[in-house]
Design a protein around this ligand. Structure first.
Ligand SMILES: [Cu+2]
Length: 313
C-alpha cells in the first residue's frame, strides 16, 4: 500500500468516527427527559453503542458501496478472481478487533449496572457486607450517584390486576399517584398480588419485573422535577393497557407538604379504569363471549391522582 492510500483510509476513518460520534449524540435526543441519575448512565451507554454501531455499519456498507461502484469487473469478463487463500494476519486482526469490542461493551455495561446497583441478589449480599465493615465508601468524582449518607425514602409498591398502589409506611399513607422527593435516593419494595407485572418509568430508564410472592428491592434517584408516567412493562391481562400511574417528582419541601396533606385525608376508593371498564362492559346486554379475570376492586387510598380520568384511561 502506498502512502496516498493509507492517508486516504485514515482520513475516511476519521470522518466516519466524527459522523459516528455525532450519531451517538443524537441517539437519545428523542427519548423522554432524563429524569433520574440512572437515565444519564443508561443514555451514555446507549450513545456509546450507537456510536460503535454506526462506525461499523458505515464502514461495512461504505466498503461494499465503494467495491460495487469502482471495483467492477469488465462488461464481458467472466473469469475467476485471484485465488486468495489463507492470511494469518487478517485472521488475527478480524478476531482480535471484535473480541476487544465485545469485552469493552461488556465491561462498560457491567460498570453501569454496578453503579445502578441492580446486579441481583449476590451483589446485594456483597454490598451489605461492605457496609458492615464500616468502610467509608468514597464517592467517585465521575459518579452521578449521590453518596450513601443521603436519606433514603422507602416506599412500597403494590401491583395487581389492574392497579398500582403506593404505600408510605412511615406515614401510613396510601396513594395511586407516586410522589417522590427530588434528588433523594428512593428505595421501593415491589410486590405483586397476582401475576407478573413490570415496573417501568421510561423517563427514569428503569424497569423491573415484579414477581408474585417476592418483595423486590429497587433503587433509583430522581433528579428532575415534573410529572412522569409509570407503565406496566409485562403484559398482565385484559386491562393491562389501563395499568398506568402518574409519578410526581417534587422538591423535598413540596413532598413533605404532600405527605402532610395526604395523611389527613380519609381513605376513599380511587378511580380505577380497569374496574370501570369491566363494570360498564358487564352492564351492557351484549355478551362478547370472552372471559376475563375480574379486576380487583378500586384501591382504597388517602390520595388519588385526578387526571387519569381526564386522559380517558
Ligand atoms: Cu400489570
Amino acid at each position: 500500500m502506498n502512502i496516498r492510500r493509507i492517508l486516504t483510509l485514515v482520513v475516511v476513518a476519521i470522518a466516519l468516527a466524527g459522523i459516528s460520534l455525532w450519531m451517538g449524540q443524537q441517539a437519545y435526543s428523542w427519548f423522554p427527559p432524563q429524569a433520574s441519575a440512572e437515565s444519564l448512565l443508561v443514555d451514555d451507554l446507549f450513545s456509546f453503542l450507537v456510536t460503535l454501531g454506526t462506525f461499523i455499519f458505515l464502514g461495512v456498507v461504505g466498503t461494499l458501496t465503494y467495491s460495487v461502484l469502482f471495483q467492477r469487473a469488465g462488461k464481458y469478463d467472466i473469469s475467476d478472481g485471484p485465488p486468495i487463500e489463507g492470511n494469518i494476519t487478517l485472521e488475527i486482526v478480524w478476531t482480535a478487533i471484535p473480541l476487544a469490542l465485545v469485552i469493552w461493551i461488556a465491561a462498560y455495561s457491567y460498570q453501569v449496572y454496578d453503579q445502578m446497583s441492580i446486579l441481583g441478589p449476590m451483589e446485594h449480599v456483597h454490598l451489605e457486607m461492605a457496609t458492615a465493615e464500616a468502610a467509608p465508601i468514597e464517592p467517585s468524582p465521575d459518579s452521578q450517584m449521590p453518596d450513601s449518607n443521603e436519606p433514603i425514602e422507602r416506599i412500597e409498591v403494590f401491583s395487581r390486576q389492574w392497579a398500582w398502589e403506593f404505600r408510605y409506611p412511615e406515614q401510613s399513607i396510601t396513594s395511586t399517584e407516586l410522589h417522590l422527593p427530588n434528588n433523594h435516593r428512593i428505595k421501593l419494595t415491589l410486590k405483586s398480588e397476582d401475576v407478573i407485572h413490570g415496573f417501568y418509568i421510561p423517563a427514569f430508564r428503569v424497569k423491573q419485573d415484579i414477581i408474585p410472592n417476592q418483595a423486590i428491592e429497587f433503587e433509583f434517584t430522581p433528579i428532575r422535577e415534573g410529572k412522569y408516567r409509570l407503565r406496566d412493562s409485562q403484559y398482565s391481562g385484559t386491562y393491562f393497557a389501563a395499568m398506568q400511574a402518574d409519578v410526581v417528582v417534587e422538591s423535598p419541601e413540596s413532598y413533605q407538604q404532600w405527605l402532610a396533606q395526604a395523611a389527613v385525608q380519609p381513605p376513599a376508593a380511587a378511580y380505577n379504569p380497569a374496574f370501570e371498564e369491566y363494570r360498564r362492559a358487564s352492564e351492557t346486554a351484549i355478551n362478547a363471549g370472552w372471559k376475563t379475570v375480574v379486576p380487583a376492586a378500586p384501591p382504597m387510598v388517602n390520595y388519588s391522582g385526578s387526571n387519569l380520568q381526564n386522559q380517558g384511561l
